[in-house]
Write a new protein. Structure first.
Length: 432
C-alpha cells in the first residue's frame, strides 16, 4: 500500500507500507553514483536497554552465519566493489534508533553487468535475520570480543575530557534517566549482559521495533518494493508517542564541580529552551544559537576566546528534539568566574536585542550555506528522511529557506528570552 508520493525539489519520494509497522521510503536520486540502503529499527527510549542496543549493533555488524568473522564480512564487501556497511545507534528525543546502513556503487555505472542492488539487500537480510548463533545465544567468542571492545570505549570516555564534561552535564541537567545516560549505555549495564540475554533481546527487536527501510540513489521504486518485501519482517506497531522530550523548569540552577588532575578546565552550561524541531519559533532558535555560540563568528567565540583570550574553545549547541542548549568552554580553571560572566553577558545582550544587523544577516547566510551543502551528503539525506518519517511531514528546500528568511530580529530575541540556565558543570584541575 502506497502511503504517499511527495516531490522534494526535482525528486519524487515514495513511501509504501510493506506490512503494518514496516515501511519503505524510496528517494530516486541521480545526483550520486552510489546507492544507500538503510534499515532503521525504532523503539521508545528506555534506559534499561540502551547498552543492549549498542552491543547488539556491534555484534550484528561484526559477523553473521553467512560471514562468521569480521574478515569474512570485509572480504564480501570488497567483492562488492568496496561497499560499506555499518550499524549505528542514536537517540532522537524520546526514541532510540538502530540504523543498519549499506553503501555501494550503483550497478548502472559498472562496466560489467552485476546484480549489486539485489546482492546488497541479500547481504542485509543475512546480517539481520541470520546472526551467528549457537544454542539460542550469540556465538560466544564474537560476543565477548564486542563486549570487551565496547567496554574499552566506555572506559576511555573519561580520557576525552571534552566528551566526559558534555556527558556529565547531560547527567546533571536531565531528570529522566533515559535522557541522563549516554546513548551508548553504561559500563555497569554492560558487565551484566550475557550472550543468551542479548540474543533474546535481538529476537524482541526484530519482532517488535518499528522498521523503516530507506533507499536513495538511481533506483527503480518497484524493484525496491519487491526486494523489501523479501525481508521477513512481521507486522508490528509503529511509534505513536511524543517524539520531543520536555522537562519542567527547575527553580534553582544545579551546579556540580568535579576535581581531576587536568591542565585545561571544562566549563559546561545547560539551558532549557522549549522550542522544538519545526515547531513555532524553530528557525528563530536556529539563528539565536548561531549568534550565541553555534557558528565560528558567534558572540561566544569572539568575546570569550578572541577578545578576552580566556578560552581554548567556546561554543554552543541546540538540541531541538530535547529542548535544550548547551555551552562548552575549555578554560584555565582560575578563569572560571570571569568566563561564566562573559557567557552570561552574551546571552543577556541577545535577550536585550543587542544584535548587529551584520551578525543577524551573516548568521542567516551561514545557516543557509550549511543547509544547502548538506544536501550533497547521502548521510544527511538519510538522516533527514528518518526525521521526516518521525515527524510525519516533509519540508522542501524552498520552504526551509523561506521560513529561515522570514525570521526577524524580534523573533530571535523572543527565542533567546525563553532560554533559561538550569545546570552548570565544571571540571577543574584541583585534586582534593
Amino acid at each position: 500500500m502506497i502511503l504517499y508520493i511527495s516531490n522534494f525539489e526535482e525528486e519524487t519520494e515514495v513511501r509504501t507500507e510493506i506490512t503494518p509497522g514496516v515501511n519503505l521510503t524510496v528517494t530516486p536520486n541521480k545526483q550520486f553514483k552510489t546507492t544507500r540502503i538503510a534499515i532503521a529499527l525504532i523503539e521508545p527510549l528506555d534506559s534499561k536497554v540502551l547498552t543492549k542496543r549498542m552491543l547488539l549493533a556491534n555484534v550484528l555488524e561484526a559477523a553473521s552465519a553467512h560471514f562468521p568473522t569480521q574478515k569474512a564480512v570485509a572480504e564480501k564487501l570488497s567483492k562488492m566493489y568496496g561497499a560499506g556497511f555499518g550499524i549505528t545507534v542514536e537517540r532522537r528525543g524520546n526514541v532510540h534508533i538502530m540504523n543498519c546502513v549499506f553503501d555501494s556503487v550503483n550497478e548502472r555505472y559498472l562496466a560489467d553487468e552485476e546484480n549489486l542492488f539485489d546482492e546488497a539487500f541479500a547481504f542485509l537480510k543475512q546480517c539481520l535475520f541470520a546472526p551467528l548463533v549457537f544454542n539460542d545465544a550469540f556465538e560466544q567468542e564474537t560476543f565477548e570480543r564486542q563486549k570487551k571492545n565496547l567496554g574499552f570505549y566506555m572506559q576511555s570516555v573519561k580520557d576525552d575530557k571534552q566528551l566526559y564534561a558534555a556527558l556529565s552535564l547531560q547527567k546533571n541537567y536531565f531528570t529522566d534517566e533515559a535522557q541522563r545516560v549516554p546513548s551508548f549505555g553504561t559500563y555497569e549495564q554492560l558487565e551484566k549482559i550475557t550472550s543468551k540475554e542479548l540474543y533474546d533481546y535481538y529476537l524482541e527487536c526484530i519482532a517488535k521495533d518499528q522498521i523503516e527501510i530507506v533507499v536513495s540513489g538511481n533506483v527503480d521504486v518497484k524493484e525496491c518494493e519487491t526486494l523489501a518485501r523479501e525481508l521477513p519482517f512481521s507486522k508490528r506497531n509503529s511509534f505513536e508517542g511524543q517524539l520531543f522530550y520536555t522537562q519542567d523548569l527547575q527553580m534553582e540552577v544545579n551546579e556540580e564541580n568535579e576535581h581531576q588532575a587536568v591542565v585545561q578546565g571544562k566549563l559546561d552550561l545547560a539551558y532549557n529552551l522549549p522550542i522544538f524541531y519545526r515547531e513555532k519559533g524553530y528557525y528563530a532558535a536556529l539563528i539565536f544559537n548561531g549568534i550565541f555560540g553555534g557558528l565560528p563568528l558567534s558572540k561566544l567565540f569572539m568575546n570569550v576566546r578572541e577578545k578576552s583570550s580566556l578560552a581554548y574553545y567556546a561554543n554552543s549547541s541546540y538540541d531541538s528534539f530535547r529542548g535544550f542548549v548547551s555551552v562548552q568552554a575549555g578554560i584555565q580553571p582560575k578563569n572560571k568566574m570571569a568566563v561564566q560572566e562573559i557567557i552570561t553577558k552574551q546571552l543577556e545582550d541577545i535577550k536585550n536585542g543587542e544584535i548587529l544587523q551584520n551578525e543577524f544577516q551573516d548568521t542567516k547566510k551561514a545557516l543557509k550555506n550549511s543547509f544547502l551543502s548538506r544536501l550533497d551528503s547521502p548521510t544527511n539525506n538519510l538522516d533527514q528522511a528518518l526525521i521526516n518519517i518521525l515527524m510525519k511531514r516533509n519540508v522542501s528546500v524552498q520552504e526551509w529557506l523561506q521560513d529561515l528568511d522570514a525570521v526577524s530580529l524580534d523573533d530571535v530575541v523572543e527565542a533567546a528570552q525563553k532560554t533559561k540556565l538550569q545546570s552548570i558543570y565544571f571540571l577543574d584541575g584541583e585534586v582534593n
